[in-house]
Structure formats: C-alpha cells, structure tokens
Design a protein around this ligand. Structure first.
Ligand code: ATP
Ligand code: MG
Length: 349
C-alpha cells in the first residue's frame, strides 16, 4: 500500500447543543486505502464523515487534504463524493437520470454517459430498471442506486455512510464483495461507516473503532481482533467475557475470586485492570481439575457451537464449545495464560 497520507484529521472536536460528540479526533487516511469508522449508534461516525465531506464544520482542528487545509472549502469543491446514510435520490428523475446526473453536469458526451450508466446498473444488479421512477423502488434498490450514482463519477475519495444498511443479508454480502473489488480495481480511497463489526473486518484495510466521540483504537482488522486495546474494543469486535480484576504482580492476575497466571506484565502491583477472555478460549473440564468450578445455567445451540452461561459464584462466564453439558451440571473451567488478556480499565466515555 502506498504510504501517502491523503486526508488528515487533526485535533477535530465538535459539540452540538453543549454536548461533545467528537473529542479531539486524530487520524489519517492513505491514498487507495479502505478505512472504516466502526462504532455503536451515536458514537460520532456520521459527524466525522460529514466533516470530511464539508457538510459540517468542526469547532476546533483541521481537515487536511493532500497537504492543504480545507476547513473552509465547500463540499462541491472537495475531491470527494458521498453516499449518505439517508440517501436522497432525485424523485423527479428516473433511475437512469439519477445515476447520470453528475456526468451530465460535467458535460460528458452522451454515448459515454450511457455506457457508464449501463455498467453501473449492471454492477448494482438493477439492469432493466433504468426507466423506473425511483419512488417505485424498494429501500434496498434505492440504496443501490445511491451507490451507483456516487461511483459513476469515479471519485478520488468516496465517503460511504452505512451504504448497505437497508439490504438483506445475502445482497449485503454480495455488495460487500462488489464494493471492495471496485475500490481496488478503480483505486478509489474509501472512507466507510458501519456499526457492523463483521462488515468492517471483511472489507477494511484499516478500522477506526469509535465510542462516545473518542477513537478507541486504529489498526488492521487482524490487530483489532487479536489485540484489542481495551475492553470496549474487545467486546465490540466479537464476543468476550469482561471481568473486573486486579493485577497482583507481573504475570499474575486475580478475578472472579481466583488467581490466574497470565502473560502480561507492566501494570504494576495490585492495580485494577479489565480482564478479557473470549468464550471460545474457555475449556470445559471435570470439576476436580478446573481452575474454577461452576454450574451451567443455560445452553443454547448456535449452529457451529453451543453457548453456555456458567455461574462460578461471583462471575458468570460465557463459554463456546462444540460439546455440551446439560443445564444444572457442575463443571470445571480452564483458561491457558496466553488467552487471558489484561487491559487498562476503560475510561468511561
Ligand atoms: N445536527 C445535529 N444536532 C444535534 N445533535 C446532533 C446533530 N448531529 C448529530 N448529533 C448528535 O451527535 C451524536 C453523534 O451523531 P452521529 O450521527 O455522528 O452518530 P453515528 O455514529 O453516525 O450514529 P448512527 O450509527 O446512529 O448513525 C449523537 O448523539 C447525535 O444525536
Ligand atoms: Mg450515522
């Protein structure tokens, strides 16, 4: 990947009605990168995207594009195109003319416009819909037109705000692959917003995890998954058990009323920590050889594995296993040191 920084956000903060919704955001996007802003509803994803697009101004900080500050550059003069979360198609234009709109403004030859629009219609699986009025389309179809309308301009940067939100699962998966391959083929820089962690993990080069107007972690999908920086990220990316614990000393942690050997160090002595254990990393063993013992409170079959909630007295553990033990039975639980992840307690957002 090219290392060139195309867009930089520097110390961006934003308040609405006295509430801080972005608190000192710093990040950069490289040319041709697929970067995803990921986080729960209300964490500030759309606001960040709108500041990059120029539809919103930051209270403090700078937006830098290709080395130049663009804080005061209006949206239509920025070299970005946006697919909005609430896509607004032109109701008085048919599907074809909606997609062709940007190209007509640029006064592209008619033949070339037709060629490009056909290609786009094909791409979003709506060939044959060109003459339809947009009102006659389903939500998912309208959303695909909105994507086509932005992509047809072959912008340098495309901002996409939950562009697949209204699609059913199968179409969503297809469009994920399509968007990703187009992004690579056309060499467009994508800034993508979603609250779907799986979508972020499959599509992105870089993921920015946000929570309460703060960036929690920036990294590749693999780093974010394997080395979450705090309990929020661990829980948001995949399922986790998160326990309040105390780091007794290096490589020894206490949680759920028990001491466990772990591999982390440098937290100090008797320091409060968050302890993260993934459900698939807990081994069910006989009661007599478990590090802790507990009672199975519930068993759910999840297709690939069973999910069991196990009560060990002062904690409830979520455990995934391909074998199950019946509700009410007593079991032992073991976790190897390597799978006990110690994190600094999260600052409340
Ligand atoms: N124009 C506005 N006026 C007042 N508050 C706003 C405005 N725009 C956003 N907010 C508030 O800012 C916060 C962040 O909103 P934002 O739309 O960026 O979140 P989001 O991460 O995109 O959420 P979602 O996943 O629900 O789309 C929310 O609390 C929202 O209510
Ligand atoms: Mg949003």
């Amino acid at each position: 990947m090219e290392e060139q920084r195309l867009i930089t956000l520097e110390n961006i903060s934003k308040e609405f009605d006295g509430n801080t919704v972005l608190d000192n955001i710093n990040l950069y996007i490289r040319k041709n990168e697929f970067l995803t802003l990921l986080g729960p509803s209300g964490c500030g994803k759309t606001t960040t995207l709108r500041i990059i697009g120029g539809f919103e101004t930051a209270d403090t900080g700078k937006v830098i594009f290709d080395g130049k500050e663009i804080n005061d550059v209006p949206p239509y003069k920025r070299r970005v195109n946006t697919v909005f979360q609430k896509y607004a198609l032109f109701p008085h234009l048919n599907v074809r003319d909606n997609i062709a709109f940007g190209l007509k403004i640029k006064k592209m030859p008619k033949q070339e416009i037709n060629k490009r629009v056909d290609k786009m219609l094909d791409l979003v699986n709506l060939s044959g819909y060109g003459k339809r009025s947009v009102d006659s389309l389903s939500g998912g179809q309208q959303q695909r037109i909105a994507i086509a309308r932005a992509l047809v301009n072959e912008p340098e940067v495309l901002l996409l705000d939950e562009p697949l939100g209204a699609l059913d699962l199968k179409l969503r998966k297809e469009m994920q692959l399509e968007l990703k391959s187009m992004q690579q083929r056309l060499g467009i820089t994508f800034i993508y917003v979603t609250h779907d962690q799986e979508e972020a993990l499959t599509m992105s080069d870089t993921i920015v995890v946000m929570h309460g107007g703060h960036i929690q972690q920036i990294g590749t999908p693999k780093t974010i998954y394997d080395e979450p920086k705090n309990a929020f990220v661990a829980n948001f990316i995949g399922e986790s058990n998160i326990f309040k614990g105390t780091m007794v000393r290096d490589e020894l942690v206490e949680f759920c009323g028990q001491q466990f050997v772990c591999v982390d160090s440098g937290f100090g002595e008797n320091a409060p920590v968050d302890v993260v254990v993934r459900p698939e990393d807990v081994m069910l063993v006989g009661e007599d050889i478990g590090q802790v013992t507990g009672v199975i409170r519930s068993v759910l079959f999840k297709g690939v594995h069973y999910e069991m909630m196990i009560d060990t007295g002062n904690c409830v553990w979520k455990v995934h296993s391909t074998t199950m033990q019946p509700e009410g039975s007593r079991v032992g639980l073991n976790v190897v040191p390597f799978n006990i992840h110690i994190m600094h307690p999260m600052k409340e957002a």
